[in-house]
Write a protein that binds this ligand. Structure first.
Ligand code: SF4
Length: 335
């Protein structure tokens, strides 16, 4: 299968997760509240699809901090900001890097209204506007491999073993397409037993019935009574924050919706980018500034019917942003 098809498959898996997470749950009409993102992780390991299961009330509290990612420097400030005014060096734990970077982060956080700051006796003081909530319930990593062959299975097995060992995610899955047939059992036996196998069949569309659990995953979280180390917890929070700010539809950040050939197509119930010039789903790498077929949307598109808000490129971005917003609302409204 081509990289394009893999990219399209990844979007379908994201859409499925958004519609029907968790696949092992009984009644399909009660999905868990989730946020779905793609291509996130750490320096060592990037996951294809990331599902963040959220606590709805705490998630609503997170939304009060705005729609953008709170990056690691800002998190240090926002999570530790005191209820009462205090000098930032008294209030915040030493970050392990120079204070001047913390000061910059305090200014940035105040600029985004995440905290309040003031100057007293030539010192910067801060206080929180609201507590930063504990909104992440579980983090689930999914590797997507529509056509699982021997070499892909070997590679994926190594990656999933890494996920099992690091315990950064609470659950790890392999999603693979079956199109009505069973997944090759010999290949599945290669996978670590802790990883779940999601057998998808998107030929009839993306809905809650488009996937079955071929193997149930184990919980990779700490044993009862134990906790993750603070470094791992911080990494998880950073991943979740990036997922929150990015979502899975953010391929418009890396692709060229301002190209006249760029289209969004409805593939079943998912929106998939499509290049009319190449007549296929382009990868992010193809659909970039260096694409030889890139052709800027004609200026008249911007003036004819799109007078103020830009041309179709901007329109696509708005559609995707609106959908992202709607999914955040959905995650919040689930009881
Ligand atoms: S021509 Fe290139 S830049 Fe334009 S939509 Fe196709 S892949 Fe993207």
């Amino acid at each position: 299968m081509t990289p394009n098809a893999e990219f399209g498959y990844e979007l379908l898996v994201c859409r499925y997760a958004e519609l029907a997470w968790h696949p092992s749950d009984g009644p399909r009409d009660q999905p868990r509240p989730t946020l779905v993102a793609r291509q996130l992780g750490t320096k060592e390991r990037r996951w294809d699809t990331v599902v963040i299961e959220v606590d709805p009330a705490a998630f609503a509290a997170r939304r009060a901090f705005g729609d953008r990612t709170i990056d690691s420097d800002l998190l240090h400030v926002v999570r530790n900001a005191p209820a009462e005014w205090a000098w930032y060096r008294d209030a915040l734990p030493h970050p392990g890097y120079p204070w001047r970077y913390v000061r910059q982060a305090v200014h940035r956080a105040a600029g985004r209204s995440l905290i309040e700051k003031r100057r007293r006796n030539n010192r910067i003081q801060l206080r929180r506007k609201r507590p930063y909530p504990d909104w992440i319930e579980r983090i689930v990593a999914i590797e997507n491999k529509p056509d699982l062959d021997r070499s892909a299975a070997d590679r994926l097995a190594d990656q999933l073993v890494h996920d099992v060992e690091t315990g950064l995610a609470d659950e790890a899955w392999l999603a693979t397409e079956t199109t009505g047939e069973r997944v090759e059992p010999a290949l599945l036996r290669e996978m670590p037993v802790e990883a779940g196998i999601l057998a998808t069949d998107f030929s009839g569309g993306v809905d809650a019935d488009a996937a079955d659990v071929a193997w149930h995953p184990s919980d990779l979280g700490p044993a009862e009574g134990e906790r993750r180390d603070p470094e791992t917890e911080t990494l998880r929070l950073e991943i979740a924050e990036r997922a929150y700010g990015k979502g899975w539809r953010s391929y418009h950040d890396t692709m060229r919706p301002d190209c006249r050939h760029f289209e969004l197509r409805r593939e079943d119930r998912a929106l998939v980018p499509y290049c009319a010039a190449k007549e296929k789903v382009p990868t992010s790498r193809e659909c970039s500034g260096s694409c030889a077929s890139f052709s800027p949307e004609p200026p008249q598109w911007r003036t004819n019917g799109w007078p103020i808000e830009g041309g179709p490129g901007k329109g696509f971005k708005r559609v995707l942003a609106r959908r992202r917003e709607r999914e955040r609302d959905r995650a919040e409204s689930v009881e």
